[in-house]
Design a protein around this ligand. Structure first.
Ligand code: FE2
Length: 232
């Protein structure tokens, strides 16, 4: 266990005890606000839980520095403004497409995207979806393999930083990719799961081999149960 990892675990416990209000997305508690500030949501598993696909070192930087940094930045940016009392989703939807509010949008959306990403992974993930999600994948893509192929294609094909998403438009499922902090939340789509393809998500473990990171996530970590709950 590294010192960074221990520090991160203390931070998770402090976050959990901060008396935050909880939002529910797909039945999972997303802690996004304390009384007077946005807070870093707890990681849903220990920092070593995703090894060997994603190392504790990557988690220490990705969660402990990047995700945490977006929270600190947003709190500074919205202090004393009309955004200070909004939910995270309200901030994202209110600032989307407004160039003058790009910094607020970017940090707010990155908090949401990362919280959703951590939930999209599970130490015992991979395998096959079941129930309504399995049926929706079959009818929308033809097969699970085709769905995974499209996710891999979007994740590896995204030029530069961004995200690959499995989404629902209410009638069928599809795969979309977004750049930088962009999120399907602002496109009238319901996100079911996501893969972060910013370099900070994989570079310590895979260097330039993004395709290897994506393949390992899809085979071993992807949380189909989370996607099924989001499908509703
Ligand atoms: Fe990230």
């Amino acid at each position: 266990m590294t010192q960074l990892a221990n520090s991160g675990r203390r931070q998770f416990l402090q976050t959990l005890s901060a008396g935050s209000a909880a939002l529910l997305i797909g039945g999972f508690p997303f802690i996004s606000r304390a009384a007077d500030a946005f807070t870093l949501p707890a990681l849903p598993y220990p920092d070593v839980a995703l090894e060997p696909v994603i190392s504790a070192k990557t988690i220490a930087f990705h969660y402990g520095k990047h995700h945490s940094g977006y929270v600190a930045n947003l709190n500074k940016l919205v202090q004393g403004s009309e955004f200070a009392d909004m939910s995270l989703e309200q901030v994202i939807k209110t600032t989307a497409g407004n160039a003058e509010k790009a910094a607020i949008f970017n940090n707010a959306a990155q908090i949401w995207n990362h919280t959703f990403y951590w939930q999209s992974l599970h130490p015992n993930g991979g395998g096959k979806p079941s129930g309504a999600l399995a049926n929706a994948i079959e009818s929308s893509f033809g097969s699970l393999e085709k769905c995974k192929e499209e996710l891999a294609k979007a994740a590896t094909g995204q030029f530069g930083s961004g995200w690959a998403w499995l989404v629902s438009d209410g009638a069928k499922l599809s795969v979309v990719k977004t750049s930088n902090a962009e999120t399907p939340l602002t496109q009238g789509l319901k996100p079911l799961l996501t893969i972060d393809v910013w370099e900070h998500a994989y570079y310590l473990d895979y260097q330039n081999r993004r395709a290897d990171y994506v393949a390992a996530v899809l085979d071993k970590l992807v949380n189909w149960q989370f996607a099924e709950k989001n499908l509703g």
